[in-house]
Structure formats: structure tokens, C-alpha cells
Design a protein around this ligand. Structure first.
Ligand code: NAG
Ligand code: NAG
Ligand code: NAG
Ligand code: NAG
Length: 487
């Protein structure tokens, strides 16, 4: 009897082990990704796509319709949102141009085995106050023409406009979601957009940045920028708000309601947390923010006003060292991956932890330039030192010095360290060309790792743009050889 019982126990044990092994499959990612390409040294799109698949990413949002990027998504099934940049909006006012754009950048990918294009983003935050109204007249006509051209293709692709959360607000004396409405100066345009999206069955696309709430306001309650921290909570019409993301999203829902479209589908086109370039930007805070966000999305919690599943795109996938830093030094550090495709912190993209966790995986197969750095030459002549300032300015205006700022990862370097950092960033940006490490005799190349503490002196990667050029060149050469062989 005892033997039989022991066998039963064994069986149960084995069965449990099998169930555990099945349950240990990583879950699907619960977020989409913004894939921006404003970097000096892009990785191969095919390698990035492999990484997306390894991470269980099902949706990607692009900022243009670059052929190399778009075609790398063919056959993957990944849902794609393409985009028309703001400077093309006025062109799209002409229906023939809109048709050309759709033919060239959408239709030809839609065959079976092609690219799973679902949306076209018309412009990017065209009503931002800092654009001084430049796109007020051109956005709505562009949206209408692009949707018309898409409808003519008959594949169900929808056009929408990514808008910044500054298109709506609540009065300063009553800052609750239910007091929200579209900004007075653009309310007539927002009404046209909302009516059009409603009629065409397209979603409203909004970018929400708790980081920017914190950045813009020294008195902003810190924990309110994150999720599930307890801390402060605001009450509004019987609902409780414990984080600014929910409060912001529901302010939009109230604004839509007042515009007669309270049931419009809303997609969060961008949300994220930068890791450098500001005192509130760090891998630790980004890990806290994303960890809370992804957990919330996996639980299909939604917001107080609209519980349930949400569609959200993280901004962003990879750091972009060519982005304008007019909004702040953090602009070049939004990636959950570094410039070389390495994860910056731990993040479970499936959001449920435990056995189904899907920890962010980096890009494989990235190649680096040689391990050498350009640094300040301490043997430089004293009489040359006054030249330092001009050389550092030059290096920083052509390279990326945003990590040197106050509270940033290299903010604690001494003066010589600052100079070395600037020189190295320029040298790496120039693909380690030895002429890029002269700086009027103030610099030298070293193979001794110049990194210090939290401050990484990076080695740049082999740019796929250059590698792609070389591949094209060798393809042309072999084509020429084939022609010669025929003669
Ligand atoms: C297609 O998109 C690309 C990249 O965004 C753009 O440069 C090009 O002008 C577009 N093609 C047409 C025909 O508009
Ligand atoms: C908007 O106007 C301000 C002040 O007049 C100016 O500094 C800025 O360059 C303008 N921006 C754009 C995008 O035109
Ligand atoms: C290093 O550079 C940063 C950014 O330019 C500056 O704020 C800081 O004062 C510099 N530190 C020293 C010791 O020169
Ligand atoms: C240089 O050192 C830093 C910090 O210790 C390290 O992260 C980095 O990988 C090193 N770089 C190389 C090329 O060895």
C-alpha cells in the first residue's frame, strides 16, 4: 500500500513538473514599440526585427515609411503603423500626392506575405504649441485625403493623427479629469478630427508623458508619476486616481465625451521614461515606471473611466543620438535599449512576472568598432589650453554630450574627464577616424578603457547604413562582372 501511494505521489510530482514546464513559456509582450531611426549608427533592420520577435512584440509604430525598415517587417505578421512626417502634410493636401504616397508606401506591401500595415499616422504631434501653429491648416485636409486614398485601396488601413496630450487640458483651478476639454484655440480643429475618426472607424492616438509632468513642474508629486505607489490620490466624480497616466487618459475621455465621441477607441501612441540627460532620468526610474505600466497593462486594468484592455506603444525602442535636444538632454535617451541594442534595465514585457516573464532581450549580432578611445592628452602644452573650450564646443555640437549634464550619468566628471568625454563622443561619431582625434594637438587615442563609474565612454558600432552601402556596392560590382562575362 505504501509503495502504491508513493507511486501516486511520484506521478503527481511528474505531472506537476510537466505543467510547470508548459507554464514556463514566456508570455506575449503586452506593449507595442515605437521604432525611431534618428541615430548616427543604425543597426541592421533585419537584426532589430529578430529582436522584436524574440521579445514577443506584436505591434510597431514607425515615424516614416522608410523602405529598408518597412520591408524588413515583411512576413513577420507584426502589425505596423507607418507615418507621414509633418513636413509632408501640406503636400497631402493634394489628393494625387496622397494617392502616390499610399501607392508607393502602403499598397505595394499589402500582398500576402507582405507587411501587416494597419494604420497610417498623419503627421506627428502637429498641434504642439512649440510649432507656433505651422500645421493647423494642413493637418485635417491631409488626414481626409490619406484616408480617402486608403479607402480606394480597400484593405481597411486607417489613418489617424498622433497628438500630444497638450491638445486638451483641465482648468488650473479645477485640475480633475472631468473638467477636461480640448484646448480652446484648436477646439474647432479637434472637433473636425474627432468627427472624422469617428466616421472612418479610426482610433484617436495620444502621447502621454508622466516624465514630462515631473520635468516641467518642480512641485509635481513624485510618486504620482509612477504606478501603484500608494501616495497621493485624487478623487473625481466618485473615481480615485492614483497616477498621472490614468488621470491624463481620462481627461482625454472627458474631452471626447464633450465633443460627442465618448466611445472613440483611444490608442496611447507614445509613453515612456528616459534614462539619462536629466536628474529624473535614470535606468532605475525607467525600470520603476515601465515595470508598473506593463504590469497594469497585463492585468487589463485600464483606467477608472474605461476599465479593460489598453493599446499602448512604448517610446521608445532604441536611443537616438541625432534627435534635437531643444526639449531637453533626455531626448536622446528614451530607448529601453542602448545605441548598441543592449537592454538598459530589466523589464518583463509580458507583465505578469514569475514563469511567464519575458525579460527584454537585446539585438544580437551587433559589431563594434575597435576598443579605442579619444581622450584629453595630459601632455598637451600649457599655452594650448585656451584652445580647449572651442574644441569641446565643436565636439559637443557634432557629437552627443547630453550625459554630461547635471544629474546625468557623466555629470560628476572632473574638468579633464569632461573634455575627454566630449572628444571621445566626437571621435566615435566619426567612426574613429584618426583625424577626428586631433583637436589642435589636445587629444590622443588610447586603448585603455576611459569609462569611469556610472559614466560609460562608449565604443561606437559598425553602422548598418555603411554596411548596407557596402553590400549594395558589392552587389553592383557583381552585376557589372556578370555583364562583363556576357561580352
Ligand atoms: C514614401 O515614404 C518615404 C519615406 O517616408 C518618402 O520619402 C517618399 O516620398 C514617399 N513616397 C511618395 C511617393 O510619396
Ligand atoms: C516659434 O516661435 C518662437 C518665438 O517666436 C521661435 O523662437 C521658434 O523658433 C518658433 N518655432 C517654430 C517651429 O517655428
Ligand atoms: C563638465 O561639463 C558639464 C556640462 O557641460 C558642466 O556642467 C560641468 O560644470 C563640467 N564640470 C567641470 C568640473 O568642468
Ligand atoms: C569599458 O568599461 C565599462 C565600465 O566598466 C564597461 O561597461 C565597458 O564594456 C568597457 N568597454 C569595453 C570596450 O571594454
Amino acid at each position: 500500500m505504501a509503495v502504491v501511494r508513493w507511486q501516486w505521489w511520484r506521478w503527481a510530482y511528474c505531472a506537476t513538473a510537466v505543467i510547470l514546464a508548459v507554464a514556463a513559456e514566456p508570455g506575449e509582450g503586452v506593449v507595442g514599440m515605437n521604432w525611431g531611426t534618428m541615430m548616427s549608427h543604425p543597426m541592421l533592420p533585419a537584426d532589430v526585427v529578430k529582436m522584436l520577435k524574440a521579445n514577443g512584440i506584436k505591434k510597431v509604430k514607425l515615424f516614416d515609411a522608410d523602405e529598408w525598415t518597412v520591408s524588413s517587417l515583411a512576413g513577420t505578421g507584426i502589425e505596423v503603423m507607418l507615418a507621414i512626417p509633418n513636413d509632408q502634410l501640406s503636400r497631402m493636401g493634394d489628393i494625387d500626392h496622397a494617392r502616390d504616397w499610399v501607392k508607393h508606401n502602403v499598397s505595394r506591401y499589402l500582398s500576402p506575405g507582405g507587411v501587416n500595415i494597419k494604420y497610417v499616422a498623419v503627421g506627428n504631434e502637429p498641434f504642439l504649441k512649440s510649432y507656433n501653429g505651422s500645421y493647423l491648416k494642413t493637418t485635417v485636409p491631409a488626414l481626409k485625403n490619406v484616408q480617402k486614398a486608403l479607402d480606394e485601396e480597400g484593405k481597411g488601413v486607417k489613418a489617424t493623427v498622433p497628438l500630444n496630450a497638450d491638445v486638451y487640458d483641465s482648468p488650473a483651478d479645477n485640475p480633475v479629469p472631468s473638467a477636461g476639454s480640448f484646448r480652446a484655440d484648436i477646439r474647432h480643429l479637434m472637433q473636425q478630427i474627432v468627427d472624422f475618426l469617428h466616421a472612418s472607424g479610426a482610433p484617436f492616438l495620444v502621447n502621454i508623458y508622466p516624465f514630462l509632468s515631473l520635468y516641467a513642474n518642480q512641485n509635481f508629486p513624485f510618486d504620482f508619476a509612477f504606478f501603484g505607489a500608494g501616495g497621493r490620490s485624487i478623487a473625481d466624480k466618485g473615481l480615485q486616481y492614483s497616477n498621472v497616466f490614468d488621470a491624463n487618459f481620462d481627461t482625454l475621455l472627458w474631452s471626447l465625451k464633450k465633443a460627442g465621441a465618448g466611445d472613440l477607441k483611444v490608442i496611447v501612441g507614445e509613453v515612456g521614461w528616459p534614462t539619462d540627460g536629466d536628474k529624473s532620468a535614470s535606468p532605475a526610474l525607467a525600470e520603476r515606471f515601465y515595470g508598473g505600466l506593463v504590469k497594469k497593462l497585463a492585468a487589463e486594468e485600464g483606467t477608472p473611466l474605461r476599465p479593460g484592455k489598453m493599446e499602448v506603444y512604448i517610446f521608445s525602442l532604441i536611443d537616438e543620438d541625432l534627435k534635437s535636444i531643444a526639449p531637453g538632454g533626455f531626448e536622446r535617451h528614451w530607448g529601453i535599449l542602448r545605441y548598441d541594442g543592449k537592454p538598459k534595465f530589466r523589464l518583463d514585457l509580458a507583465g505578469k512576472g514569475g514563469g511567464t516573464a519575458r525579460w527584454v532581450a537585446g539585438v544580437a549580432g551587433v559589431q563594434y568598432l575597435p576598443a579605442q578611445w579619444c581622450v584629453f592628452d595630459k601632455a598637451a602644452k600649457k599655452e594650448d589650453l585656451p584652445l580647449l573650450e572651442g574644441n569641446v564646443d565643436y565636439a559637443c555640437s557634432h557629437g552627443d554630450c547630453t550625459s554630461l549634464g547635471y544629474g546625468s550619468s557623466c555629470g560628476a566628471l572632473d574638468a579633464a574627464g569632461n573634455v575627454s568625454y566630449a572628444f571621445n563622443m566626437y571621435f566615435q561619431m566619426q567612426d574613429q577616424d584618426i583625424r577626428a582625434c586631433d583637436f589642435q594637438g589636445l587629444a590622443k587615442i588610447t586603448d585603455k578603457n576611459a569609462s569611469r563609474g556610472t559614466c560609460l565612454f562608449p565604443i561606437q558600432i559598425v553602422s548598418a547604413a555603411a554596411a548596407g552601402g557596402a553590400a549594395l556596392f558589392s552587389a553592383l560590382l557583381s552585376a557589372a562582372a556578370a555583364v562583363l562575362a556576357l561580352l
